[in-house]
Design a protein around this ligand. Structure first.
Ligand code: ME8
Length: 619
């Protein structure tokens, strides 16, 4: 077994960040989305043995925040303290395993911003002039005349004419270096469509960037010129450096790579996860600032898509903002995480609806995963005294199922390396479906009487597949996965921690290294009594949020599942045979004391089939 120090030397660090959120307003599901996705990547890599550093936090300076504080009638610091605490609570509620929560009003951050500024001045990249042009406070962004659409920012935000003295960053000098960067590193910006957008933007040529404001005071002052506050995006982007503990004294070490062996040892970031709205700041300004200081640029910036409500942007004035606190309260954290992570392909836009959430969670978690676990556990308790049974010889069927299950880790890793978390979830869901087909085909409830040895082999195989699936589900549904692994008797080693720790629990029975035959479930292990792990969501009358109740579902698996079920029923020619089969399925589920919701759903299908039989014309 390797020591921690050996592992640190051998393993590259994995440094992942969310944007730091503006504290002008309370969090909504868009913020929850980025945090949950980043957490899934952080958890995955931690469980996969990497030294992970996961950073989130709040962006607290700038005109927008100052105006919000004025509107609330409180001092900016008091205001930011209050709103930042909401974002911190949200991260905790979502079970985010961040190692650090940075606030840009902290002294450590001011030191790093000043260090970066001084370095840019030293390298001749900053000069003083005057800015005349359009500025959007909502976007905290400057816009060229040609970018405006109907007198507004391309984002739809209001703009105002600004004319003030300003420091400038020589962004124009970085047009070529940035194009070279994009050319040499095709996966620096992902997804590819976003990369092309940025490429076109930079190919158009870059203007120097105004990096200070004088119209308000809520910001980090420019060193030696306190009339100016530093542009909030230069301030904000620097948070990724601040959190590594670097300040002015460390820049040289960071540049030469000498800091690599130090305790932080994380620069450059592996991936910045951002929404597509802030891609330009992260893939044009940020790498240019870093190049200007001779620092390494991040390895990747991944822009995910945008959640809308019935196709519209969430906005308080429309009253369609989905509150993540209410959502978690209504459905539980695992359901919310699972929906956000798998409801739409990561990178694409999605339309939020409560029905889509409920359908997806009920189809994939309650009906498939929960039911498989519950049926297996019930049988182990009723037929094997609650102990892992001893497997006999495995047939090709068992070997095929288990090979696929052990192979999941490599497949999921490839998906997660490309931030395709939805694909990882699909892989797990399709393996669960295979397991359900296997249990239906093998019918271990009947084997108990006819061939108990074979029944034990089938149940052992299911427990083993569930063990691997439970381990791999942890990044998606951490709380339910703990309950699932507890049920399966998979104990974490006392030193293995999965939350908020850079330490990689590689020797843990719940880490990904355990997704292998060498860690298989052991016959004779006593298992706890079965208990529901993935509860079914029953729709209440009122939606939990001020959102339209009848929003169309995103094109997700649940509706596809429901439709597929209906289609199957409609396409049956031999209705009588189907009624018989369905009756047997219901009896088997009852015998296995399966989940009530699952029995009800199968009974509903039976009734539907009987209805069709009754309605069929007599020959
Ligand atoms: O831009 N759909 O902060 P911000 C998906 N402070 N994601 C959404 C979303 C939606 N409808 N709405 C918000 C800022 N997000 C800056 C960042 S980083 C150095 C500074 C998510 O509070 C998404 O990640 O406006 C988006 O990029 C981010 O919240 C914007 O948060």
């Amino acid at each position: 077994m390797s020591t921690m120090a050996e592992r640190e030397a051998a393993e590259p660090g994995f440094y992942i960040t969310t944007p730091i959120y503006y504290v002008n307003d309370k969090p909504h599901i868009g913020h929850a989305y980025t945090t949950v996705a980043s957490d899934a990547f952080a958890r995955f890599n931690r469980l996969d043995g990497k030294r992970v550093r996961f950073l989130t936090g709040t962006d607290e300076h700038g005109q927008k925040v100052q105006q919000s504080a004025e509107k609330a009638g409180v001092a900016p610091q008091q205001f930011t303290d209050r709103v930042s605490a909401n974002f911190r609570s949200l991260a905790t509620l979502l079970l985010a395993t961040h190692d650090d929560f940075i606030r840009t009003t902290e002294p450590r951050h001011k030191a790093t911003v000043h260090a970066l500024w001084a370095e840019m001045v030293r390298n001749g990249h900053i000069y003083k002039g005057a800015y005349e042009g359009w500025y959007s406070v909502r976007d905290e962004a400057f816009y060229a005349e040609g970018e405006l659409v109907d007198g507004k920012a391309p984002t739809g935000a209001e703009v105002a004419w600004v004319s003030e003295p300003s420091y400038f960053f020589r962004l124009s000098a970085f047009t070529q270096p940035l194009l070279e960067l994009y050319g040499q590193r095709p996966d620096f910006i992902m997804p590819a469509a976003r990369r092309n957008e940025m490429l076109r933007f930079v190919e158009g040529g870059l203007q120097d960037l105004s990096i200070s404001r004088t119209a308000f005071s809520w910001g980090i002052p420019v060193p030696d010129d306190e009339e100016h506050v530093i542009y909030v995006w230069l301030d904000a982007l620097t948070n990724y450096l601040t959190a590594c503990g670097y300040d002015v004294a460390d820049l040289d070490a960071l540049r030469s790579g000498a800091a690599r062996g130090g305790p932080t040892a994380v620069w450059p970031p592996t991936v910045h996860i951002v929404g597509k709205d802030i891609l330009r700041f992260h893939t044009v300004f940020w790498p240019a600032f870093l190049l200007a200081c001779g620092l390494e640029v991040p390895r990747r910036v991944f822009a995910h898509g945008w959640w809308t409500i019935q196709g519209a942007k969430m906005s308080k004035s429309v009253g369609n903002v989905v509150d993540p606190f209410e959502l978690v309260d209504a459905y539980g954290v695992d359901a919310v995480r699972y929906f956000l992570l798998t409801g739409v392909p990561f990178g694409a836009d999605g339309d939020y609806s409560r029905d889509a959430l409920v359908n997806l969670v009920n189809a994939n978690l309650a009906n498939q995963m929960g039911n498989l676990l519950h049926r297996t556990m019930m049988l182990v308790h009723s037929k094997c005294d609650g102990c892992v049974p001893l497997a006999g010889a495995l047939t090709d069927t068992e070997r095929g199922l288990l090979d696929k299950t052990y192979g999941l880790l490599a497949v999921c890793r490839a998906h997660m390396d490309a931030q395709a978390v939805h694909r990882m979830a699909d892989e797990l869901a399709s393996t669960v479906r295979l397991c359900n087909e296997y249990i239906d085909a093998q019918a271990p409830w009947s084997l108990g009487k006819t061939d108990p040895a074979r029944m034990r082999t089938v149940l052992w195989t299911l427990l083993e597949a569930l063990r691997c699936i439970g381990i791999l589900m942890q990044p998606l549904t951490p709380q339910a996965s703990i309950r699932m692994l507890d049920q399966l008797g998979i104990r974490p080693s006392p030193s293995g921690s999965h939350a908020g720790s850079a330490a990689a629990p590689v020797d843990d029975a719940r880490s990904f290294a355990a997704v292998s035959p060498g860690h298989a479930v052991v016959a004779g292990t006593r298992l706890p009594a079965p208990a529901p792990v993935f509860p079914r969501i029953e729709l209440e009358e009122a939606p939990p949020s001020a959102q339209p109740a009848a929003a169309p579902a995103v094109p997700t698996q649940p509706s596809a599942h429901a439709a597929a079920d209906d289609q199957c029923l409609d396409a049956i020619d031999d209705v009588e045979g189907a009624v018989r089969e369905q009756g047997e399925r219901v009896r088997a589920l009852k015998a296995a004391k399966a989940d009530k919701a699952q029995i009800d759903s199968e009974v509903a299908k039976l009734l539907k089939l009987k209805g069709r039989l009754a309605a069929a014309p007599a020959n």
